[in-house]
Design a protein around this ligand. Structure first.
Ligand code: UDP
Length: 260
């Protein structure tokens, strides 16, 4: 399972070379090493970002791919590279997993996301604000064509995401196809304000926010069709938004206690 890589869209715009090096050249090196070791079974972490601006929703695996930033291009390049490799040598068993918005922490509160500096992503930002490390959340736009005007995304609990990988590994091991692609998402879209409200209610903690300008490059709504994964892997996400929010807060508090 190949998880190594750089993953911040904004950073990729400023240091693209580091992204092409880590994500594309890094995967190339891995494939060469695997070939040399006669290991040809791979689960690759791709991203839903490669669908670009949606032509339709929910996004299924047949939606056209068109990366619109350097990060997305690195993921798409690797997907294309893997497709070529699988076509040339059908003994490969490759799973491409297109992640939607992974959030949450392990139920133990011991494993979670602790980004360096101010977080870019919504969930760790909310958690930092709730912990008093940041004064308020800037909600990037409230004039999108969505139910409450704020951006809608498909948030998936990391533990569900992890079980999706195990299901994919089993499927490619048993299956006959050299390469397969699956979305990993819940199929449910939540708005930024849904996230703030649920985090606040579930954890009984204040999350001050203000409405700010739209963030460049953001789309209004983005969510998966998880049907292919359900039908072919027998997998679907089982944790809801409350589970995602409570696990993040448990991790955040335990981490602060440990570091105090
Ligand atoms: N967002 C926000 N404030 C923040 C970070 C994110 O309002 O400080 C919004 C963002 O505009 C998007 C959603 O939250 O609608 C998810 O953003 P994130 O960066 O977590 O993931 P993305 O979908 O952009 O990969």
């Amino acid at each position: 399972m190949h998880f190594a890589g750089l993953k911040a869209i904004g950073e990729a715009v400023t240091i693209p070379l580091a992204y092409y090096d880590a994500n594309v050249a890094g995967t190339l090196q891995l494939i060469q090493a695997m070939n040399a070791a006669d290991v040809r079974r791979l689960v690759f972490s791709s991203s839903a970002t490669i669908y670009g601006n949606p032509d339709y929703l929910p996004l299924d695996e047949n939606h056209p791919t068109r990366a619109i930033n350097p990060y997305g291009r690195t993921k798409l390049m690797v997907e294309e590279m893997l497709a070529d490799i699988a076509a040339a040598d059908p003994t490969w068993r490759i799973a491409i997993l297109r992640y939607f918005n992974p959030v949450g922490a392990h139920e133990s509160g011991l494993i979670g996301d602790n980004p360096n500096g101010a977080p870019n992503n919504l969930m760790p930002y909310i958690s930092h604000v709730a912990a008093g490390l940041l004064p308020e959340l800037a909600v990037f736009g409230d004039d999108y064509p969505t139910p409450d005007g704020t951006g809608v995304r498909d948030y998936i609990h990391v533990v569900d995401l992890a079980s999706g990988h195990l299901a994919a590994l089993e499927a490619i091991t048993a299956g006959a196809l050299p390469i397969s692609t699956w979305n990993l998402g819940t199929g449910i879209g939540y708005s930024v304000l849904d996230m703030v409200r649920t985090f606040s209610e579930v954890n009984n903690v204040a999350v001050p926010y203000r409405i700010a300008k739209r963030r460049l490059g953001d789309v209004a709504s983005y969510y998966a069709s998880p049907d292919k994964a359900r039908d072919e892997l027998g997998w679907s996400a089982s944790r809801n938004l409350a589970d995602m929010c409570s696990s993040v807060w448990r991790f955040e508090r335990l981490m602060r206690q440990r570091n105090a």
